[in-house]
Design a protein around this ligand. Sequence first.
Ligand code: RM4
Ligand code: MN
Length: 387
Amino acid sequence: MANPTDVVKTGLRSLQIETPSWAYGNSGTRFKVFPQQGIPRTPFEKISDAAQVHLYTGTAPSVALHIPWDRVDDYEGLAAYAREQGVRIGAINSNVFQDPDFMLGSVTNPEPRIRHKAVKHLLECVDIMDATGSTDLKLWFSDGLNYPGQDDLRDRQDRLAEALREVYDRLGEGQRMLLEYKLFEPAFYATDVPDWGTSYAHCVELGPKAAVCIDTGHHAPGTNIEFIVAFLLRAGRLGAFDFNSRFYADDDLMVGSADPFQLFRIMYEIVRADALAGGIAFMLDQCHNIEPKIPAVLRSVMNVQEATAKALLVDRDALRAAQRAGDVLASNAILMDAYNTDVRPLLAELRADAGLDPDPTAAYRRSGYAERIIAERADGQQAGWGA
Ligand code: RM4
Ligand code: MN
């Protein structure tokens, strides 16, 4: 293998991680949202906070918006503000799960008026992309059923396909549709896009601008996510990740906190496909309910960097040779050697090379930004995910 330090540094320089606007706002569970101090009150303030993460990591240059949580009058103005702060606006996340009309579904609702309303919202999101210069429309549907017989499973697939087609046909040059899936919740019996296979099949039917988004928290326990990654990469249909960690269901904890080994295995498949810099959006989709937001996002970005560094350290030539020789133990050992390497000194070096503080969290804490926003944002309405 070429000089491992160079391989890791070159690979990591091409890695970009997108942070979500909603990670900076108040969030919680259905039991309680514990408000924190210094929380942004506007999309502009969320962008300022996201810019802090980029400032100290150098690797988070874009921020995803969620509509309507981040609705503003002037999206071009918001994009210009982002640029001034040193970041840009990334994926536009649609929201067809909070309007009272969507109780029985959005794009799969049995009532045509409600389906039309849902599609209208998705089309509005594409208009916003035009204004912000975003290339990715992220779709997640909470649509599903709580009870067997509640609606017709197959008709709902037809309605879904029809709605997706209408939105797909509206996409401009260079714009993509990312279709996310989720096993269950809020629907408990059947979800209309429950798994990667369903998402993949709809994407293939739609055309080349549609790709799957893997939210790492949206699977049954024990699911081999790196297999899904490998399959979709091979098929050219892996569009994005929503990174987060889970212990039980869709816990939305910091990526790499619950199962860093799984994150490493996922990133190894990316490295294996030479896809670190190739059109896959590496996004975070997390909620920091009890920990301070900006330090938690910093930690998350660093966790992805660490897993990626380890994945880049895998001696792929040696691994391939051992695999071809059928040497089970040697193959496994090569992978584990990379995983068990402490890459933190290397990452500190990479940051120093780029003129950054080797310890982003310490640098952020020293900056006084946290104290400043607590003082400046004492009045007004704090942002939250508004459920
Ligand atoms: C959903 C899904 C979406 C995210 C919302 C907030 O469970 O993960 O990606 O935008 O939550
Ligand atoms: Mn998600």
